[in-house]
Write a protein that binds this ligand. Structure first.
Ligand code: DX5
Ligand code: ZN
Length: 219
């Protein structure tokens, strides 16, 4: 299983976005986490298709697109065209989860399914065989810089156990409130794809990235 750092650009300095991204790439982060918010599914609006299209050519990193939008099935093709490599949707935001995941796979992309803190891990069970990655939100989606919800650790353990019982090589991504003080317990709980926003982009993004990579290398 690969251990992957996915810096979330939501917390980046957008007037220096290209430079900030480069620092994380040079620091060894294989993914770039791209948080799309519609102001409906979450109480915030971030960025979308034109921004993804404009940064796609500036990096080799995997574009890990996190859609915090209602009915994401409507935009799978557009995000694919703009350069998404992975599209993760929220179970709570889809009319038809199977159809949405199928649309992402039919587009030739890797697919992720995310649950909010208030959603039980068991709700992922019917979809585990259809996804490449499960995203356990460790904050209420919508904003960077929030505190990690400790109950998330048990959800990560349960998800890893479910995947192992089914012999699935499932990536488990965790997103929200992760930093130097708690990244080890998140990894120990069974996560292998770690999203970090403010913990990377507040301060020197290159130095912060290298610091997290050091820890993840030991897993
Ligand atoms: C929140 C986003 C997260 C957020 C992480 O809705 O999905 O990716 O940007 O930022 P931090 O690491 O600062 O909690
Ligand atoms: Zn995210």
């Amino acid at each position: 299983m690969d251990y992957i750092l996915a810096p979330s650009i939501l917390s980046a300095d957008f007037k220096e976005l290209g430079k900030e991204m480069k620092k994380t790439e040079e620091g060894g982060a294989k993914y770039l986490h791209f948080d799309v918010m519609d102001g409906m599914f979450v109480p915030n609006i971030s960025f979308g298709i034109p921004v993804l299209a404009s940064i796609r050519g500036a990096t080799e990193q995997v574009m890990d697109v996190h859609l915090m939008i209602r009915e994401p099935i409507r935009y799978v093709e557009d995000f694919k065209k703009a350069g998404a490599d992975i599209i993760t949707v929220h179970l709570e935001a889809c009319e038809d989860v199977h159809a949405t995941l199928g649309k992402i796979r039919d587009a030739g992309l890797r697919c992720g399914l995310s649950i909010c803190p208030e959603t039980d891990v068991e709700e992922l069970a019917p979809y585990l065989e259809e996804i490449d990655m499960a995203l356990i939100m460790s904050v209420h989606p919508g904003f960077g810089g929030q505190s990690f919800i400790p109950e998330s650790l048990e959800k990560i353990r349960k998800t890893r156990k479910m995947a192992e019982e089914r012999g699935l090589d499932l990536d488990i991504q965790v997103d929200g409130g992760i930093g130097m003080s708690n990244i080890r317990e998140v990894l120990d709980a069974g996560a292998n794809v770690i999203v970090i926003g403010s913990g990377v982009f507040k301060g020197d993004a290159g130095e912060n990235t290298r610091g997290y990579m050091e820890i993840m290398k030991s897993y």
